[in-house]
Design a protein around this ligand. Structure first.
Ligand SMILES: Nc1ncnc2c1ncn2[C@@H]1O[C@H](COP(=O)(O)OP(=O)(O)OP(=O)(O)O)[C@@H](O)[C@H]1O
Length: 355
């Protein structure tokens, strides 16, 4: 498969502060890629560099076979020639224009005549099932509708790449879920390459086929949503994607467990030097109270002192302490009585991670 976007050695510094550090990234044609990470990790800077709104200090950008940017070779295709669509957190619709005029606006800039603009804008709105809104003004739309119109406006000139910067974060939780489903169907029906910036791991996992997790300007881990969730390489990746518990200790002499404060926890697949510091990531939903655990399953019983118990409807969120650190579990059962308990950590759910 060819790459819609290829980044090589992209770095960006502001004075002595390096906000992107040697990023290599391939974005497959037609893929939905998320740039995921906490505030300040460099997601927006990277997206803006791809779109031409910002310039890297070093590195090269290609779209397909075309070199778009290279400081070394003095190549810098201006943003308006990169043929990318941008949608930001604020939808920035023109308040004095109707929906169809807003959607047709990029075609006006590209010199299309009024009738043709209106025809194409309405076709795009129909395709996105927004036809009924064509003659409304932005103030007559809900936040979710405004966001869809902003996406229609960025698709009307058939960009080769759609860049989305937290486009759903202004929507309330319920609308955001509906907008996610809609966005996924737009991606499927247009077959477009999309790069999404988000700090929301659920959004990244549910929408994208490739997740790029960033930390302090570097790529921490990248891969399919399932690979990042099921095989986090580091404690940071395990905690940020799917909020795993990370227990810390040292690797046992046989390499199959980690040990802390006299308690040894069996791992799925061990490795590393005995005695070296190591972490185990375990998802809250994989942990069970000893009395309700599957006795046949390989794993470890660990003493647990519950501290808070929250009923979330059908499931209990219980936090407490173990000899290897604090643990948060999501259990179908509440602890049967107060006082110290044992919890069961299934070995196949205990993933070794780098600290
Ligand atoms: N013009 C600038 N001058 C100096 N530092 C900047 C500038 N723009 C961004 N930064 C810094 O670069 C880093 C990355 O910023 P960026 O906006 O890319 O992060 P982000 O991951 O998108 O965060 P957020 O989700 O909060 O937008 C931050 O530490 C930010 O303070």
């Amino acid at each position: 498969m060819t790459n819609a976007v290829q980044l090589r050695g992209i770095s960006k510094s502001y004075g002595s502060v390096r906000v992107l550090d040697d990023i290599d990234l391939d974005v497959a044609e037609g893929s939905f890629t998320s740039l995921l990470g906490p505030s300040g990790c460099g997601k927006t800077t990277l997206l803006n560099i791809i779109g031409g709104l910002d310039r890297p200090t070093e590195g090269q950008i290609s779209f397909g076979d075309e070199l778009i940017y290279s400081a070394k070779d003095a190549v810098d295709l201006p943003t308006e020639k990169r043929n990318v669509g941008f949608v930001f957190q604020s939808y920035a619709l023109w308040p004095h224009m109707t929906v169809s005029q807003n959607v047709g606006f990029p075609l006006r800039i590209r010199g299309l005549r009024s009738l043709e603009r209106d025809k194409r804008a309405r076709e795009m709105l129909e395709r996105l099932e927004l036809g009924a809104l064509a003659d409304r003004y932005p103030y007559q739309l809900s936040g979710g509708q405004q966001q869809r119109v902003a996406i229609a406006r960025s698709l009307v000139y058939q960009p080769r790449l759609l860049l989305l910067d937290e486009p759903l974060s202004n929507l309330d939780a319920q609308l955001r879920e509906r907008a996610r489903t809609w966005l996924k169907s737009v991606h499927e029906s247009f077959g477009l390459t999309i790069i999404l910036v988000t700090h929301d791991q659920a959004e990244a996992l549910s929408l994208s086929d490739h997740v790029v997790l960033l930390s302090k300007g570097r790529i921490e881990q990248q891969g399919s949503a399932t690979s990042i969730y099921e095989q986090p390489r580091t404690a940071y990746a395990a905690e940020f994607v799917g909020s795993a518990n990370v227990l810390t200790g040292t690797i046992a002499p046989d390499g199959r467990a980690i040990v802390a404060n006299g308690t040894s926890v069996l791992m799925a697949a061990g490795g590393g030097t005995p005695g070296a510091a190591a972490g185990i990531a375990i998802r809250p939903q994989a942990i069970r109270f000893a009395e309700t655990s599957d006795k046949e399953r390989p794993g470890t019983l660990v003493p647990f002192q519950p501290e808070t118990i929250l009923y979330l409807g059908g499931i209990y969120e219980v936090t407490g302490s173990t000899p290897l650190g604090n643990v948060r579990m999501l259990s179908p059962t509440a602890p049967s009585q107060s006082g110290e308990k044992s919890i069961f950590l299934p070995a196949d759910a205990c993933l070794q991670v780098e600290l």
